[in-house]
Design a protein around this ligand. Structure first.
Ligand SMILES: *[C@@H]1O[C@H](CO)[C@@H](O)[C@H](O)[C@H]1NC(C)=O
Ligand SMILES: *[C@@H]1O[C@H](CO)[C@@H](O)[C@H](O)[C@H]1NC(C)=O
Ligand SMILES: *[C@@H]1O[C@H](CO)[C@@H](O)[C@H](O)[C@H]1NC(C)=O
Ligand SMILES: *[C@@H]1O[C@H](CO)[C@@H](O)[C@H](O)[C@H]1NC(C)=O
Ligand SMILES: *[C@@H]1O[C@H](CO)[C@@H](O)[C@H](O)[C@H]1NC(C)=O
Ligand SMILES: *[C@@H]1O[C@H](CO)[C@@H](O)[C@H](O)[C@H]1NC(C)=O
Ligand SMILES: *[C@@H]1O[C@H](CO)[C@@H](O)[C@H](O)[C@H]1NC(C)=O
Ligand SMILES: *[C@@H]1O[C@H](CO)[C@@H](O)[C@H](O)[C@H]1NC(C)=O
Ligand SMILES: *[C@@H]1O[C@H](CO)[C@@H](O)[C@H](O)[C@H]1NC(C)=O
Length: 633
């Protein structure tokens, strides 16, 4: 048995007074300190404070949280850490929370000694470079409630032992290279059907095979089930229809066969995607007309035929109906009680031969590739925007043929070369599909320079397109008002306006919900903190949030429990997760939109307030990602 912290301290004091030797008083349990020192030796780019004292708890090391001289939390998200996660981590036996997410240079396999951290409640290793198999020993972590291993390079199967984690409510294994079946319990072997507290099972973006186990229907707590982008086959089990709390079901891009799943009993369902499978041809299933909470219905490249019932357009929260590349035929009628929330109906490449339209619906309807378009070819509904015209790009016509040095760009307003602040804006759910629409993009430019306090005309937009996730992506460059560079305070103020929702794009682009902003922080902060474009604001802010919530720079961690059960778990209603790849380098600052946050919009995103409070945010929409700027210091 080791000495308690207090005893250890007392001994140090005694030694100090009796021998006069100048020992450093330490607030840290010696074995914890030794384990951490060992980790420090294995990692590059640990925070500067790690070198300044030998007392991780007393003269605190950034990212280290202690209680009674024991290290209870280690939060080192997005620190550019480089190295391996050695077995010494297993020495931190009082650890409740371990978050090393978004350190892409943390590589190698996971040490089985993670299984020694028996008090661990939260384990977040998302967005690192870990590979090899997921150790069975993680199944020993009986207290674990939150496990995020997504966006690494894990291979091999999902260990059945994870089924022993009976307190788990969040299991995210998405975007790895996992193979084999979803393990289910058999006799004495555990399986994921035993996770009777699970709310989120996120396995998308792997290479999982075999059937969707019918016993998953026993996990009645399930709210989000993402199995998309795998190689799952066979029929969808009937009893998924028992998952009465399910909000989001995504089975897209698998090899599923049989009838379309029967979802009639899923009253809470609001996002469903069954695209790109091999389901039998069928008419629109009953549930198209019965799911009252539906916000988004996606079955692209499916085998729907017959007429589409108009009921689906009248669900009060319905926003998008995306059914391109099916075999819907006959006449199409949206009915006469169309939801005011409805933004987009995409029926491209079906067999629809006639259509009844109502003047009530002025948002987007796409019928391109249907027989009806031979008669209606000159209507908006029948024109493919992207192909017919060139996507919008801010005009530089008045700048002649001037060429800028590398890394500099022409400011459209002054025609001078400068280092812009560059990035990508992502809009989820814009109300238009037309990418050559000059007025629309002009209004975006104006709102950017206007609301960000830039010189009129100093915004350059180019290459708008709808990406695979159906977000509108637009490259943006913001130009400094006077100099060649933005200065530090200007960059901070732009960043702040973007984060705190001062900036809102024009209505057609929908509300700015979140953005990630990347700055060359090594230059920006003149410190070796972030080597790379990453999406973080500043150190104090990071530290603040990190102290109060568990981790920050990833959506999943933001949901780490602050209390028990629903105290820390926002009740999701119709979440459409942003693809992890897009998010993983980013830090968020979600705030609830003043403008439309109160509506019954259905969509809810994860977010975190500056005081560390976890919040759920309604509606969706845009962000800036991978932005960068040169800053003059
Ligand atoms: C990871 O390490 C490589 C090689 O040293 C380096 O080029 C890269 O910038 C590092 N990435 C991050 C995110 O630190
Ligand atoms: C992870 O796997 C991908 C795809 O196989 C590969 O391109 C990448 O280099 C791997 N990364 C690491 C850190 O091993
Ligand atoms: C689940 O669904 C199956 C098949 O539809 C049904 O027989 C069973 O009773 C349901 N179980 C629960 C707990 O609702
Ligand atoms: C779908 O499930 C419901 C409830 O279990 C059932 O009443 C209905 O008949 C099923 N529909 C089809 C087409 O099987
Ligand atoms: C979906 O299926 C269609 C038709 O099989 C294919 O063209 C398309 O590439 C698939 N999409 C994805 C993302 O796999
Ligand atoms: C629609 O397609 C189905 C199946 O191919 C066919 O039986 C039906 O006659 C078609 N209806 C119309 C109106 O073309
Ligand atoms: C940065 O630019 C702003 C506005 O252009 C100016 O008011 C401020 O003084 C500048 N700050 C520094 C440190 O140069
Ligand atoms: C993030 O948003 C909160 C409002 O919820 C605001 O107080 C805080 O300052 C923002 N952080 C940054 C870095 O802009
Ligand atoms: C964001 O910050 C700006 C500038 O400090 C302030 O005027 C504005 O009220 C803030 N907005 C929100 C939503 O907090």
């Amino acid at each position: 048995m080791g000495l308690g912290g207090g005893t250890a301290r007392l001994l140090f004091l005694l030694t100090f007074f009796t021998s006069g030797i100048h020992l450093i008083l330490s607030d840290t349990d010696p074995s914890d300190a030794a384990a951490l020192q060992s980790l420090k030796r294995q990692w590059q780019n640990t925070p500067p404070s790690w070198g300044q004292s030998h007392d991780p708890c007393g003269a605190p090391w950034e990212g280290v949280t202690c209680s009674n001289s024991r290290i209870t939390a280690l939060g080192l998200s997005t620190m550019s850490l480089k190295g391996k996660l050695g077995g010494d981590i297993g020495g931190l036996t009082e650890l409740r929370s371990l978050d090393l997410s978004f350190n892409t240079n943390l590589t190698g396999s996971l040490t089985p000694r993670l299984g020694d951290l028996l008090k661990l409640n939260i384990l977040i290793l998302a967005g690192c470079g870990f590979s090899g198999s997921i150790p069975d020993e993680l199944g020993n972590l009986a207290e674990l409630s939150f496990l995020a291993l997504n966006s690494n390079n894990f291979s091999g199967g999902i260990p059945p032992s994870l089924g022993k984690l009976s307190k788990l409510y969040w299991l995210d294994l998405a975007d790895n290279q996992l193979t084999g079946p979803i393990p289910i319990s058999k006799n004495t072997t555990p399986g994921l059907d035993l996770l009777l507290n699970a709310k989120h099972l996120l396995f998308d973006g792997n290479q999982l095979e075999g059937n969707i186990p019918s016993t998953l229907g026993l996990v009645q707590t399930l709210e989000v089930l993402r199995l998309d982008r795998n190689a799952l086959s066979g029929k969808v089990p009937i009893n998924l229809n028992n998952l009465s709390s399910l909000n989001e079901l995504n089975l897209a891009h698998n090899k599923l066969i049989g009838p379309l799943p029967n979802l009639t009993k899923l009253d809470a369902l609001n996002y469903v995607d069954l695209s790109n499978n091999s389901f039998f041809s069928s008419e629109a299933p009953d549930w198209f007309s019965t799911l009252p909470s539906l916000t988004t219905l996606v079955i692209e490249h499916g085998s729907l035929q017959g007429t589409l019932p108009s009921k689906v357009f009248s669900f009060p929260q319905i926003q998008q109906v995306l059914l391109r590349n099916n075999a819907l035929n006959g006449s199409f009628n949206m009915g006469d009680s169309i939801s005011t929330q409805l933004q987009l109906v995409d029926l491209q490449n079906n067999q629809i031969s006639s259509v009844t339209l109502t003047a009530d619906y002025t948002n987007t309807l796409i019928l391109v590739g249907n027989p009806v378009c031979t008669a209606l070819s000159d209507t908006n509904y029948c024109q493919l925007q992207q192909q017919s015209t060139k996507p919008y790009s801010t005009s530089l016509a008045n700048c002649g043929s001037k060429i800028c040095p590398p890394e500099q760009k022409l400011s459209p307003q002054s025609c001078e070369c400068a280092y812009p602040y560059e990035g990508t804006l992502y809009f989820r759910g814009p109300s238009f599909r037309e990418l050559s629409n000059v007025n629309m993009f002009h209004s975006l430019e104006m709102s950017l320079w206007g609301k960000l306090g830039l010189t009129p005309g100093s915004v350059f937009l180019q290459n708008p397109f709808f990406n695979v996730d159906d977000y509108l992506q637009v490259q943006v460059a913001l130009f400094p008002p006077t100099d060649k560079y933005f200065n530090r305070s200007e960059i901070q103020s732009i960043g702040f306006d973007l984060t705190n929702q001062t900036y809102k794009p024009p209505k057609e682009f929908w509300t700015l919900l979140f953005y990630c902003l990347a700055l060359p922080l090594s230059r920006f902060f003149q410190r070796k903190f972030f080597e790379h474009w990453c999406c973080c604001w500043d150190r104090d802010w990071l530290r603040n949030v990190q102290k109060k919530a568990i981790g920050l720079s990833k959506p999943f961690a933001s949901w780490a429990p602050s209390g028990k059960d629903s105290g820390g778990v926002p009740q999701l209603k119709g979440a459409r997760w942003f693809s992890y790849e897009e998010l993983k380098r980013c830090t968020y600052n979600f705030t609830e939109s003043n403008e439309i946050g109160s509506g019954g919009y259905g969509k809810v995103y994860r977010g975190i307030l500056s005081d560390g409070q976890v919040v759920a945010i309604k509606t969706s929409s845009a962000r800036i990602n991978a932005g960068r700027a040169r800053v003059q210091d």
